[in-house]
Design a protein around this ligand. Structure first.
Ligand code: HPA
Length: 270
């Protein structure tokens, strides 16, 4: 894998001469952040050797290089989901590439279901921990010590310092934010009511089908992670209506106005 990553990185470096400091992975309906990026340069995933290729409708597959508030950033427009059939190594491949490009901090966003009854659709939640219910993880297999340690610590998967900074900024900008635990399921079906009762009892505040693999890989690689979840609906059994992907994306798009303002300022200050 190491050689493949390096090949991807060399290709990217031959196309753009930028030194991104912060990486951002954008969730469903949360792609608007790209609009505030200045001096953009794009590379399509399909052009990068060894990069997986996005298959989901509405998920654009490209790396966006540029500046937000004078900070060099790299945005992933379109992420890889486990439910699409990618392996965990493929899902997290871009994180490995980001690390080798020199990125030390990564902001991961997602659209997800709310379990904590104090939430409502549109709530933005700082993720303070995760529960991995994928039944898999990206670190399985022979370990390459050049990348990270065999048994990584996961006691602070989301960097406390970044969470506190994000809270401070939310206050300044008058953005309401919640905080909680994100449980990741493999999907692609929206969970059953019984599954939601179970994970609610385990301490999950929100549930989704992404973010956990990338968080695990980033921690393994020694990167600092900030996770922001957009609650687009209440989880199965809590909300009375059936789920619809269209409604999820619509709610995420509305919430992304505040999310963009927030993330812009976070990027400026961390
Ligand atoms: N469950 C899982 N993933 C989701 C949900 C949900 O309720 N809403 C948006 N993504």
């Amino acid at each position: 894998m190491y050689n493949k990553i390096m090949e991807s990185v060399e290709f990217i470096k031959s196309k753009v001469s930028r030194k991104p400091k912060i990486g951002v992975i954008l969730g469903s309906g949360l792609g608007d952040l790209v609009n505030v990026v200045e001096d953009k340069e794009y590379i399509s995933y399909e052009d990068i050797p060894n990069f997986p290729v996005s298959t989901v409708k509405g998920h654009e597959g490209k790396l966006v290089f540029g500046r937000i508030k004078d900070v060099e950033v790299l945005l992933m427009q379109g992420r890889f989901h486990y439910y699409e059939g990618y392996t965990m190594k493929e899902v997290t491949y871009p994180v490995y590439v980001m690390k080798q490009l020199g990125i030390e901090k990564i902001i991961v966003t997602n659209a997800c279901g709310g379990i904590n009854k104090s939430f409502e659709p549109g709530t933005l939640m700082l993720i303070n921990d995760f529960i991995n219910l994928f039944g898999d993880n990206p670190l399985i297999g022979v370990n390459d010590d050049r990348l990270g340690t065999r048994f990584p610590d996961m006691s602070e998967p989301y960097k406390l310092e970044l969470i506190n900074k994000a809270k401070e900024i939310a206050k300044e900008l008058n953005i309401d934010c919640a905080e909680g635990v994100y449980a990741g399921f493999m999907g692609p079906y929206y969970e059953t009511a019984a599954e939601i009762r179970m994970i609610g009892g385990m301490g999950a505040d929100a549930v989704g089908m992404s973010t956990v693999p990338e968080t695990i890989a980033a921690n393994y690689l020694g990167m600092d992670v900030l996770g922001i979840a957009c609650i687009t609906n209440m989880a199965t059994g809590i909300q009375k209506v059936k789920h619809s992907h269209e409604r999820v994306v619509e709610t995420a798009k509305k919430a992304s106005v505040d999310l963009c303002r927030w993330v812009e300022k976070i990027i400026e200050e961390i």
